[in-house]
Structures are given as structure tokens and as C-alpha cells.
Design a protein around this ligand. Structure first.
Ligand code: BTN
Length: 335
């Protein structure tokens, strides 16, 4: 594992990348950067060399100074911080691993070590990525966004579904803003394009009887796989943004768009405004109004999905006329 850490201060790399991106006349001189950052021109040059090694295409010319010509499709903690700007909670500490078992495991350990909420852990690849209901989550190196967020919300355990709803809404919005694609949300955690899954959310929590101690939002987005890169059995069910859009998506840009939306909606939930997020979720959700079958272990519940309740649970009117409150399980839409 080769973690690159970014805590609360903005690093030199983040400042250099911000300055290069906002350069008005196309470039920034070494002297200007050195003055702004309060370090020598030689130190600036050394950092530029390191950024080049990571794949950032930075040109240097006597007239324009340093110019960022091309962004590599890599995840670099400092770059994510530079793109995100100031975060209220989610994204104020961003860490990137080249490889890990599961980012949820890494965040679980951070949670037990007492790390503050808001830390986000990305991995370029996961050897043991997992999905809901014990399923495996394929996390091909460099092709998607595989990340987890640590939260310590002041919620009761039965309200935790609210945060899955928040994550789904944030994902929908970020995907739409970055690609123009309008996804569907399938309760509680699937984001679909053309009926195929493009992103999923795994919410894991540690709780006492009446309080959530911490909650981990694990998010996986299939971004740049070609359709042929999915195993044949998965290909029928899954897609990527690139496959739908016909061109690749810069993961760092999408990642920061998602974090920005999550941070905004988490603040809404903490401020007692979950119903605003729920209204938006209901607009995007293709499950509402449909005949569904919910599988919870061996149990099957059939009925019509009517709405979300105040805690984010799905209310299903069964064939027998009862209203069932569903907080987990697998939803199949009936044709
Ligand atoms: C699902 O749809 O079943 C949820 C998939 C969640 C996958 C993400 S990838 C990042 C995080 N780490 C994991 O092991 N799983 C989640």
C-alpha cells in the first residue's frame, strides 16, 4: 500500500495545481508561484517535477511560465483537495491508496482509532471490494471510483437509511452535472443507466441501541471500463459511464463533484432537513409507484412501492393491503 495523506492544511502540490488551473493568461511564472507559496523557485521546480512524474502534463516556457496542459486520470489526494476547495465535513481529510482490501475496512480502522468524521479514503484498486448482501464488488485498477466516507451522525440506528438516500441523491446529481446522463435510482442504493447498474452504495455502521456510533458510506462507481471489460455474467447487469457516454470521464473531477454534493446534503440532514433530500430522491427513484418483490433472506414481500418515510425506509403496500416498512433487502421490479 502506498498511501498519500492529506490532512487539514493545503499542501504545496494542491496550491500549485490550484494556481495552474486558475491562471488567467494561460500560465504562472515560477517567481509568481514562489511568492504566493512562500517557497523558493527551486522548491517549486522540484514539486513540478514530482507532479510530472505522477502524469501531470506541465509545460514550462519563458513567456507563459508553467502551464497545466493535461490532467492525468489518476487520483492524487492533493489534487482532489485542490479541486474540492473548502469542505464543511466530507472531504476535509482525503487519503488515496494505490491498493487496499476494501476502503470500508480502512475507514473502519480509522473510525476505531478515533479519526474525525468527514475523512474520505479512495483506492485505485481493491482486492476484496464488497457489495451489499455479501456480494463481491469488482474494483478494477484505475477504472472506477472506489471510496468510503466516515460519518458520525447524531442519528438513531433506524434513521441510518437517510444517509444511503443522501448518497444516492448526491451520486445522481454529480453524474448528471459531469456527464449530462440522467440516471435512475433504485431503492435504496443502486444507480442505474439504461436499466444497468453503474454505481452502488454499501452503508455499514456501528451503533448502540439508540445511537449510531459511526457510519461508513462505501461508494463504487464504474467509470471508465469498456463494456467488454466486465465479466460476461456481469455485462448484462452492469455498465460504466464511459460505455454509456462513448467517451472517458476524468475520475478526479467526478470524485470531487460527488464529494461536494455529499457534503452539502450531509449538512442538510444534520440540520434536520432530510425531507428536502427525500423529496429530490423520490423524483429520481424509479422504484416508487412500481410493483416490487423485496427479498429479505428467505422472506419475499410483494406489493406496490408507495413512498419513503421520514427515516428513508421504503413503504410498500402488500398484496394483502398492509403497509410494510422496508429498511433492507433486495428489490426486484416486477415487469
Ligand atoms: C452494492 O451495490 O452492493 C454496493 C457496492 C459498494 C462498493 C463500494 S467500492 C468502495 C467501498 N469498498 C467496498 O468494499 N465496497 C464499497
Amino acid at each position: 500500500m502506498f498511501p498519500s495523506f492529506k490532512f487539514f492544511q493545503v499542501t504545496t502540490d494542491a496550491q500549485i495545481l490550484s494556481a495552474l488551473r486558475s491562471a488567467e493568461n494561460g500560465g504562472v511564472s515560477g517567481a509568481d508561484l514562489s511568492e504566493r507559496l512562500g517557497i523558493s523557485r527551486a522548491a517549486i521546480w522540484a514539486r513540478i517535477e514530482e507532479l510530472r512524474k505522477l502524469g501531470y502534463d506541465i509545460e514550462a516556457s519563458p513567456h507563459l511560465g508553467y502551464r497545466l496542459v493535461n490532467d492525468p486520470d489518476v487520483l492524487h489526494a492533493d489534487d482532489l483537495v485542490a479541486r474540492l476547495g473548502k469542505a464543511k465535513v466530507i472531504g476535509r481529510d482525503i487519503r488515496v491508496f494505490q491498493e487496499t482490501t476494501s476502503t470500508n475496512d480502512v475507514v473502519e480502522k480509522l473510525a476505531r482509532d478515533g479519526v474525525k468524521e468527514g475523512v474520505v479514503v479512495f483506492a485505485e484498486s481493491q482486492s476484496k471490494g464488497r457489495g451489499r448482501l455479501g456480494r463481491k464488488w469488482i474494483s478494477t485498477a484505475g477504472k472506477g471510483l472506489w471510496f468510503s466516507v466516515l460519518l458520525r451522525p447524531d442519528l438513531r440506528p433506524q434513521e441510518a437509511t437517510q444517509l444511503t438516500v443522501v448518497a444516492a441523491t448526491a451520486l445522481w446529481r454529480a453524474i448528471h452535472a459531469e456527464t449530462g446522463l440522467s440516471a435512475e435510482v433504485k431503492w435504496p442504493n443502486d444507480i442505474l443507466l439504461g436499466g444497468k447498474k453503474v454505481a452502488g452504495i454499501l452503508t455499514e455502521m456501528s451503533a448502540e441501541l439508540d445511537r449510531v456510533k459511526h457510519l461508513i458510506l462505501g461508494i463504487g462507481v464504474d467509470v471508465n471500463q469498456a463494456a467488454s471489460e466486465f465479466p460476461p455474467d456481469v455485462r448484462k447487469l452492469a455498465t460504466s459511464l464511459r460505455a454509456e457516454l462513448g467517451k472517458p470521464v476524468l475520475r478526479a473531477e467526478l470524485a470531487t463533484a460527488i464529494l461536494r454534493e455529499l457534503d452539502r446534503d450531509y449538512a442538510r440532514v444534520c440540520g434536520g432537513h432530510f425531507s428536502d433530500v427525500a423529496d429530490e430522491w423520490e423524483e429520481r427513484c424509479t422504484t416508487i409507484g412500481q410493483q416490487v418483490t423485496i427479498s429479505i433472506g428467505e422472506r419475499r414481500i410483494r406489493g406496490r412501492a408507495e413512498s419513503l418515510d421520514d427515516d428513508g425506509a421504503l413503504l410498500v403496500r402488500t398484496e394483502h393491503g398492509h403497509l410494510e416498512r422496508i429498511i433492507g433487502g433486495d428489490v426486484t421490479l416486477e415487469k
